[in-house]
Design a protein around this ligand. Structure first.
Ligand code: ZN
Length: 397
């Protein structure tokens, strides 16, 4: 919306003139029109048009800048726009045509001639400034008439449909324990706070505001990208959790098994603080890789995500204090009644865990190989979006 505001208020800017010449020509930004093969900037400008319509209106000065039939300029009418009487559009074009610039009065007869009685009354109710000042576009969501991102965000969130995917923030969440965690990067701590409070620009959230945004998860392309899906329940992300030193098995049949639930459990007792820190590093690493998938066409690699999470975790690790506890955290999680507990293989052996899961017409198979220290040696996922079989674990085997 900020970009749209600039587009409307900075007509002399080079980029505005370029877009205007390419897409609008003599049309108005406000005219609904289907465009094909347009630039991402123009697509985003069009996507917010309906939201802009309720927040923008001209303050009439000379009227030279305002197009009568497309621009918003009559505060007392729906969408601040006029429809006029048949044939009127051929007579007048700019609001300046309706104003006697010498006397600074409305041309009352012409107004009655061109508009319905209701519209005419609304127009004549607009008080014209005594001096011929320039027209000014107003942002109606702030007292000053100037755009602010905060007011735009407030407007959008008030208009947005309620989201069933928004986590219900439990005030009993152990925020204090999170902030008091030692040996963890503050940026990772803050990131968990952003995730739990639903402050991450996930696609499902953005799609509430901009209808043109596809809300599909960029990793599996099956489910909407919500907090719990992206960071926990996505088929490929499950592999990350299972292959990590935490060895977390994501129970898809338990609706209470959410990210907030898991971290609340970890943060409730000092014995599982290391699992909480590793968990923070994992969601941070998932987010970084997800962004590379979205913006750099990167391929999501669970093994790479785990490796990066371990780097983040080790950044602030005091080896002597922590190394003995982490491999056992899957048994210390406490709250998670995991249906599978991983145990290390005997010395000199490699343990390979395999699991499969199905979506509507898809199957994903994961494989994790770890040595006797619990270190991940290999990790592989296979995703098939055209699957029609029945038993995923069997096929995985
Ligand atoms: Zn997904």
């Amino acid at each position: 919306m900020k970009l749209a505001w600039r587009f409307l208020t900075q007509p002399d800017s080079c980029w505005v003139q370029l877009l205007t010449a390419k897409y609008l020509k003599l049309e108005s930004y406000w005219t609904e029109k289907k465009y094909h093969n347009v630039s991402p900037i123009w697509r985003s400008l069009c996507a917010v048009r309906s939201s802009m319509k309720e927040a923008v209106c001209w303050a009439v000065g000379t009227g030279h800048e305002i197009k009568i039939w497309s621009d918003p300029w009559v505060p007392y009418l729906p969408d601040f726009r006029v429809e006029g009487l048949p044939g009127a559009q051929r007579k007048i074009y700019r609001v300046a045509d309706l104003i006697c610039q010498h006397s600074r009065m409305w041309k009352v007869d012409l107004v009655h001639e061109c508009f319905t009685p209701h519209e005419a009354r609304a127009i004549l109710s607009i008080r014209l400034p005594m001096d011929a000042v320039a027209d000014r576009l107003l942002w109606l969501k702030t007292p000053t008439g100037q755009f602010s991102s905060k007011s735009a965000y407030t407007m959008l969130t008030q208009n947005a449909p309620s989201s069933s995917s928004s986590p219900k923030i439990n005030p009993a969440f152990h925020w204090k324990a999170l902030w008091q965690l030692q040996g963890i990067s503050p940026r990772v701590q803050i990131f968990l706070w952003r995730v739990i409070t639903n402050s991450i620009p996930l696609k499902s959230r953005l799609a509430q505001f901009v209808s043109s945004i596809d809300n599909c998860c960029p990793l599996c392309h099956v489910s909407p990208e919500t907090t719990d899906h992206l960071f926990l329940k996505c088929e490929v992300v499950q592999l990350v959790w299972f292959g990590s030193p935490i060895g977390l098995y994501v129970d898809m049949n338990n609706n209470d098994f959410t990210l907030e639930y898991i971290f609340k459990g970890w943060l409730s007792q000092p014995s599982s603080f290391e699992a909480a820190k590793m968990g923070c590093a994992i969601i941070w690493s998932i987010w970084k890789s997800r962004n590379r998938v979205v913006f750099d066409s990167w391929k999501f690699d669970p093994k790479e995500v785990i490796t990066n999470a371990l780097h983040v975790y080790n950044e602030h690790l005091v080896a002597a204090c922590i190394s003995p506890t982490l491999p056992q955290t899957n048994t210390q999680v406490g709250l998670v009644e995991a249906s599978a507990h991983w145990s290390r293989p005997p010395e000199g052996y490699i343990k390979i865990n395999v699991d499969g899961a199905t979506g509507k017409n898809s199957i994903v198979v994961g494989l994790v190989a770890r040595n006797e220290f619990g270190v991940v040696l290999a990790c592989r996922s296979i995703f098939d979006g055209n699957w029609s079989g029945k038993d995923a674990p069997l096929e995985a085997s």
